[in-house]
Design a binder for this molecule. Structure first.
Ligand code: DQA
Length: 137
């Protein structure tokens, strides 16, 4: 079972960035605990602040991997290109957000990913990524 977590812009700052919203753990530390816990899953991780790199990665994994866990961060609300990439690939995509996007600003209420996602998890903190892994098992 091959699953990749793809994180979008500013998520490289997890641990430092608005900890009251996103928590104080770095994603690298959290990812290591996931790898230890899900030893039977071939888990990989990619982060980019660049829209086209996120699209390229979706194309690269999207016909061979079993699952994509995507937190496109701010691009969720703006990127037709990432939405189209999710639509165009074969691998199912679970959309994750750390915060409860529906309890925040109006501009976070719309997602270009959700219409083509297998499911959406938001508001559970980093645990949402783990729940997304479980959704593929
Ligand atoms: C986020 C929510 C987005 O609205 C925001 O732009 C992010 C992170 C989340 O994980 O809660 O950068 O995707």
């Amino acid at each position: 079972m091959k699953i990749i977590i793809i994180n979008g812009p500013n998520l490289n700052l997890l641990g430092k960035r608005e900890p009251e919203i996103y928590g104080s753990e770095t994603f690298e530390d959290f990812f290591r605990t996931l790898q230890l816990k899900y030893k039977n899953v071939e888990l990989s991780y990619f982060q980019s602040n660049i829209e086209g790199e996120l699209i390229d990665k979706l194309h690269e994994v999207g016909f061979t991997f079993d699952g994509v866990i995507l937190n496109a961060a701010a691009y969720t609300h703006t990127s037709v290109g990432i939405g189209d990439a999710v639509k165009g690939i074969e691998t199912p995509v679970v959309e994750v957000h750390i915060s409860n996007i529906h309890a925040r600003e109006e501009f976070r209420q719309h997602s270009y990913i959700a219409p083509n996602a297998k499911g959406v998890l938001f508001g559970f903190g980093l645990k949402g990524y783990e729940l997304a892994i479980q959704s593929f098992l």
